[in-house]
Design a protein around this ligand. Sequence first.
Ligand SMILES: Cc1cc2nc3c(=O)[nH]c(=O)nc-3n(C[C@H](O)[C@H](O)[C@H](O)COP(=O)(O)OP(=O)(O)OC[C@H]3O[C@@H](n4cnc5c(N)ncnc54)[C@H](O)[C@@H]3O)c2cc1C
Length: 475
Amino acid sequence: MTDPIHIVGGGLAGSEAAWQIVQGGGHVVLHEMRPHRATEAHQSDGLAELVCSNSFRSDDANGNAVGLLHQEMRRMGSLIMRAADAHQVPAGGALAVDRDGFSQAVTAALEAHPNVRIVREEVAGLPPEEWGSTILATGPLTSPALAEAVAALTGKESLAFFDAIAPIIHRDSIDMSKAWFQSRYDKAGPGGTGADYLNCPMDRAQYDAFIAALIAGEKTSFKEWEATTPYFDGCLPIEVMAERGPETLRHGPMKPVGLTNPHDPTVKPCAIVQLRQDNALGTLFNMVGFQTKLRHAEQVRIFRTIPGLENAEFARLGGLHRNTYLDSPRLLDATLRLRVRPGLRFAGQITGCEGYVESAAVGLMAGRYALAETRGESLAPLPPTTALGALIAHITGGHIEAGIEAEANAPRSFQPMNVNFGLFPPLDRMPRNETGRRLRGPEKAALKKRALTDRARADLAVWLGGNETPLRAAE
Ligand SMILES: Cc1cc2nc3c(=O)[nH]c(=O)nc-3n(C[C@H](O)[C@H](O)[C@H](O)COP(=O)(O)OP(=O)(O)OC[C@H]3O[C@@H](n4cnc5c(N)ncnc54)[C@H](O)[C@@H]3O)c2cc1C
């Protein structure tokens, strides 16, 4: 038997890394601290628990970078995508999952695999050198003892900021004489019907009163170190968005476009609150984009002013959480190894990628790199024209060349990153339509995305060498 690769953290990234290694014939010891030690957000002892939304976002592989990432992961035999596909719930154009079924499927697959040993323990300091090749995938809520040890080794401070949990409501407490089912623009998407979201309309007076209540509502107080921590723009609390201007929410999560109120089709709502199915049974719905730091009692009071939610019963209220991630462009090499201690590799959100899918995807490559290395082989980096290649190139150096040159005392500019087309190298030439004329607006954007995703698919096929799951089993 080959020496096992140790993985610390059985979340999205650690689970995927473990799967990739054992699919290639390697052995894994997976250290997960739950249930002995909790994080601020996890609620179960399952592997790959989704701590907030149940959405893997768009599944459109031709027009959306995260949809393309889904496709790439499927082609590389991803366990996370296999479990997500098996446990999807209707969500319009998005891939959303039943969180319990999803986590149970990942846990069962790893527990059943003969090459995986799962150890339920906190790794409360740097992993010992004798473990050899080790992947740290402890996520945004890395336990303090390990985070401190990593910070002491790297000499760099981890940056903390907030993500936020959106409330979840019992479906049968929603007043359907005011709310209605419809996906924006009736888009069906994977596993959807075109009528997957619950919509609650607001007129101008209700919206203005709601905005005022959000701003005035009592918030949770911050600890001293939290008060100076910037919010991540993709995950702003709803009351912070309201403070940015009275119209901000109408142009964000509460935008009233692509939806028609069947209870009164002649009146166009001023704003619409959307709720997305949260479990396979369809008994729970989460409030899309409603992450918040309002006090729990205030959330109940204010959210019950939303038409249709007057009697809402909350299965879970919103909250705020710490996030820990490395200054990866300075600290990691192109194969995700810590430059100052190459036996340690990082994966998942702690590398500065952002999101469930991205975390799992970085875990996928960390597992493959680690396996190749322990066999004395070298694995060619993914082409940067692929979604995963572009993301890893960004977090391991693409982002910050200017910052590195600006050197030591320059303020740190690296921020967590979702996969997006802005990370992809530009096309050699802009696509044209069949008439050959210059394109503009949405038509141009759509053709460009199609060309980028076609290029990614072709380049990934070359990298895979014709083998859609190219890990070879142990001889
Ligand atoms: C509150 C919150 C909400 C989020 N909401 C979303 C969202 O809605 N959508 C989205 O796409 N992304 C969201 N994210 C971001 C991110 O996608 C998730 O955190 C994701 O789970 C990251 O995957 P990961 O594998 O890196 O970490 P995790 O999934 O958190 O896995 C890390 C694992 O390591 C374990 N661990 C930690 N320290 C140790 C230790 N010392 N020893 C052993 N085990 C340890 C933990 O128990 C955990 O199981 C959210 C993050 C937070 C914090």
